[in-house]
Design a protein around this ligand. Structure first.
Ligand SMILES: C[S@@+](CC[C@H](N)C(=O)[O-])C[C@H]1O[C@@H](n2cnc3c(N)ncnc32)[C@H](O)[C@@H]1O
Length: 325
């Protein structure tokens, strides 16, 4: 792609995102989950404007999300599982969460001037649900891969710190019958996590603990502390703080597992993590995509030993360490 095309592609990227989100939020994808529809049928069924729907579904078909057959439009079966709200592979919450983040991205020039994320309006219950359930969409596959690649067979008590939708706790407890877990998160998110735990029928093995991981007690006697996609929200000082608290709540010999979208030391690769770091700049006070080296150093400074890394799904890695004494 020549220079002009690269710039044009980057500058219009938001259009594809907003076309997807508009179709999702107005119920067009779910309506098409029941079968192909004309723009008129969609507009009538969803109380939308027919001309507007007609333009949108043609754009969706042009980009391969929908398939046009005569006057009717259907979902491409390859993308349908990710766009339908009730599919086990849905990414619907994540799409919703991305819209909320766009408000912060629009303020990015100001953030570059001030160094501070733009102030945000109070989170609505729907936005909180999109965020926490969106994290389930992100962590579903990587939690499964961690369960397959990390030996948790000897563990009986795991802390899922900042565990949000409880995806990891549920996945790990399903994989290991002897394991019990505590999902620690802020009050609103643990309520959503508790719903997921109940839906999985694991209330007898997974409990929730509402608290602030910067200030509140984590408990004691854990074999494993799992921290997934949390440190990218935090400054290095805050990350060091939760590592210290994690060390303190582990049994001697216990393990810390820190999963995130890590950068190589050149901070260019993977490109997704370099771009994601801007997301955290726009959204948080001190967050970023950490390099593996930075994370290993912070763990070493906390007193963790036996450090290693494991690659898991979609550019994520797990940094592992042990409380040795
Ligand atoms: C990006 S999400 C990751 C959720 C989950 N670990 C996963 O991988 O899907 C970060 C989580 O940290 C939680 N969190 C943020 N600040 C927190 C705090 N001060 N105390 C406890 N949890 C916090 C959020 O509510 C959210 O659930």
């Amino acid at each position: 792609m020549d220079g002009k095309n690269r710039v044009e592609t980057m500058v219009s990227g938001y259009r594809d995102a907003m076309i997807l989100v508009a179709a999702l939020k107005t119920g067009i994808f779910d309506a098409l989950g029941a079968g192909a529809r004309t723009p008129g049928q969609l507009a009538a069924g969803l109380a939308l404007d027919e001309r507007a729907v007609d333009i949108l579904v043609h754009a969706l078909a042009a980009s391969g999300i929908l398939i046009k057959n005569g006057e009717a439009f259907g979902l491409d079966p390859a993308v349908a599982p990710y766009l339908l709200a009730d599919s086990p592979d849905t990414m619907a919450s994540l799409l919703g969460h991305n819209v909320r983040m766009m408000h912060s991205w629009l303020q990015l020039p100001e953030t570059l001037r001030t160094g501070e994320a733009a102030p945000r309006a109070k989170t609505t219950p729907e936005q909180l649900r999109d965020f926490i359930c969106g994290m389930e969409n992100v962590s579903r596959q990587s939690s499964q891969e961690v369960a397959e690649k990390v030996d948790l067979s000897g563990a009986t008590k795991l802390l899922d710190l900042g565990g949000g939708p409880a995806t990891a706790a549920i996945t790990f407890c399903r994989a290991h019958g002897n394991l019990k877990a505590v999902v620690f998160d802020l009050e609103g998110p643990v309520g959503i996590g508790a719903e997921q735990i109940a839906a999985a029928g694991l209330q007898d093995r997974i409990s929730t603990q509402a608290g602030d991981f910067h200030t509140d007690d984590y408990g004691a006697g854990f074999d494993v502390v799992y921290i997934s996609n949390v440190i990218h929200m935090l400054s290095e000082v805050e990350t060091q703080g939760i590592f210290r608290r994690s060390w303190a709540c582990l049994k001697p010999g216990g393990q810390i597992l820190v999963k995130d979208f890590y950068l190589e030391d050149n901070r260019l690769e993977p490109a997704f993590a370099a771009q994601f770091s801007v997301n955290m700049l726009a959204m948080t006070a001190g967050g970023k995509s950490y390099t593996l080296t930075e994370t290993l150093d912070l763990l070493r400074n906390t007193g963790f030993g036996g450090l290693s890394t494991i690659a898991v799904a979609k550019g994520s890695q797990v940094v592992c360490g042990y409380r040795e004494s």
